[in-house]
Write a protein that binds this ligand. Sequence first.
Ligand SMILES: [Zn+2]
Length: 137
Amino acid sequence: MAIKQYSLKKDGAKQLSPAFRVREFRCRDGTDTILIDEGLVVLLQCIREHFGKPVTITSGYRTASHNTRVGGSRSSQHLLGRAADIQVQDTDPLAVAAYVESLMPGWGGVGRYPVKAGRAKGWVHVDTRPNKSRWTL
Ligand SMILES: [Zn+2]
C-alpha cells in the first residue's frame, strides 16, 4: 500500500472507496495538498461496512503547522497521511476501537478517546504505522 498525494481543488470529489472521497481527508487549515495512505482507506471502508453507519473523519491529513496548532505530537501519523480521527454515527467509540483492534491485532495505531465529562462525543484515532501502538486518553 502506498501513500498518495492529491489536490483538494482537483481531486476533492474523487471517490477513494465506496464511502470515502478525497476531500474528507483534507487538512482543516485549507491546504490544497492532501496525503492519504491507501491502506487507511481500506481500514475505514471496513469500519463503514461493519457498522453499516456513516463514518465521519474529524481529522485526517495535517500539515506540520496545523498539527502544532491542534496539539498533535511531533511524530504524529497525521503528518504522513496515515491517520484518521473518526466517529461512527450512534456508536460507542470503544466499540469502534474494539473492531479496529480485530482488523490489525499486531500492528497499527489505535487511540481511544471515550466519551467523558467535558467531552460530548468521543472518537477513535486509527493509523497504519507498521508497528503496534495503543493508547487511551
Ligand atoms: Zn489522531
